[in-house]
Design a protein around this ligand. Structure first.
Ligand code: CAA
Ligand code: NAD
Length: 303
């Protein structure tokens, strides 16, 4: 239509209040970076124990950042931490936590149905102007957005682990995302002192689309007996300038997460099946519960 009506004609949102769902590794990191950069943030999880975990992640990461920013000045470090934490509220009440949100960022489990259920509920309780975003690694944003009636105010904000350190955010627009919504999301990234890149709603967006097949091929090199994980890691760090080798990175991301991503893409069938063909080495480690850093054992030991 020549003239758009209703919601699609809304002006860009000046985001001040952000509500983050999920206080795990990614959610906590997003909350921290938002609070460091003057946003008011509410962190939501299912129960107080999960929220406490998120707060612990933030506290230890903030200490690191404070030490780097104000070396040798304990008072300034404390002031920085206190000020940042003063902008963080926590809640287990999804509805109350959404009432003042200009932007909702979802960083809960990587499960399409669970994400859709959350957004369907939020669509009913959040203000009309509130922008919705998912931090999903591998699910189509458009599919998650379908659970709502605000597909024009729905996009992806894909942060990277560890969030306080990694400067990139992929900003994903679906065919339905309005220009105003997209502009607001780019603005939020810049105010979080991150560098945004624009992505279409394709499997893995940019980074994971390249990174995951590369990591799978590294596993195949080892499985074929051509090199050890240690040698592959040294090779990619010193020969290609990567900060971590693919095995260190796989342990860092989580082997269960890696497996989940490739399994999902195989089923989806949108990318070359050879790139995401199963690798026994990965499947065996995951079956044994060796997920990498988070479980203490992956390709390397962490204890
Ligand atoms: N908050 C939280 N964790 C932090 C942190 C902070 N502010 N700063 C550093 N870290 C973590 C690292 O994970 C690591 O853990 P431990 O010390 O506890 O073992 C340690 O702190 C390393 O920190 P250093 O200060 O020694 O190292 P560094 O600052 O020079 O570099 C790094 C650390 C930025 C993680 C670097 O190694 C790097 O860039 N690695 C590659 C990370 C990467 O590729 N991430 C993307 C993964 S893919 C993804 O996230 C997308 C997805 O959808 C799965
Ligand atoms: P995580 O398991 O560390 O945290 C998920 C949190 O969400 C848990 O605390 C859980 O209790 C909570 N949760 C589950 N259902 C909820 C609900 N209905 N309401 C509120 N909270 C709920 O996971 P993570 O690694 O932080 O990943 C979160 C999301 O970010 C996933 O979509 C993942 O694909 C994506 N992601 C992960 C990485 C990574 O490297 N780990 C990188 C980029 C994106």
């Amino acid at each position: 239509a020549l003239f758009s009506t209703s919601s699609s004609a809304m002006a860009p949102t000046n985001v001040k209040n952000i509500t983050v769902f999920g206080s795990g590794l990614m959610g906590a990191g997003i909350v921290q970076v938002a609070a460091q950069n003057a946003f008011n943030v509410t962190m939501v999880d299912l129960n107080p124990a999960a929220l406490q975990k998120g707060q612990d992640i933030i506290t230890s990461s903030l200490k690191r950042v404070a030490k780097k920013q104000f070396p040798e000045d304990a008072e300034k470090q404390k002031e920085f931490i206190d000020q940042t934490m003063s902008r963080v509220k926590t809640s287990t009440d999804s509805e109350a936590a959404s009432k003042d949100a200009d932007l909702i960022i979802e960083a809960i489990v990587e499960n399409l149905k669970t994400k859709q259920q959350l957004f369907a509920m939020l669509d009913k309780v959040a203000p009309e102007h509130t922008l919705f975003c998912s931090n999903t690694s591998s699910l189509p944003i458009g599919e998650i957005a379908k659970a709502t009636k605000r597909t024009d105010r729905f996009g992806g904000l894909h942060f990277f682990n560890p969030v306080p350190q990694m400067k990139l955010v992929e900003v994903i627009r679906t065919d339905a995302t309005s220009q105003d919504s997209f502009d607001s999301l780019l603005d939020v990234c810049t105010r979080m002192k991150k560098t945004p890149v624009s992505c279409k709603d394709t499997p893995g967006f940019i980074v994971n689309r390249l990174l995951v097949p590369y990591m799978m091929e590294s596993l195949r090199i080892v499985e074929r007996g051509e090199a050890t994980p240690q040698d592959v890691d040294v090779a990619m760090k010193l020969g290609a300038g990567f900060p971590m080798g693919p095995f260190e990175l796989a342990d860092f991301v989580g082997l269960d997460t890696m497996q989940y991503i490739v399994d999902g893409w195989r089923k989806e069938g949108k990318i070359d099946a050879n790139l995401v063909a199963p690798v026994k080495l990965l499947d065996d480690l995951v079956a044994q519960g060796n997920f990498g850093r988070k479980s203490g054992q992956g390709f390397y030991s962490y204890s």
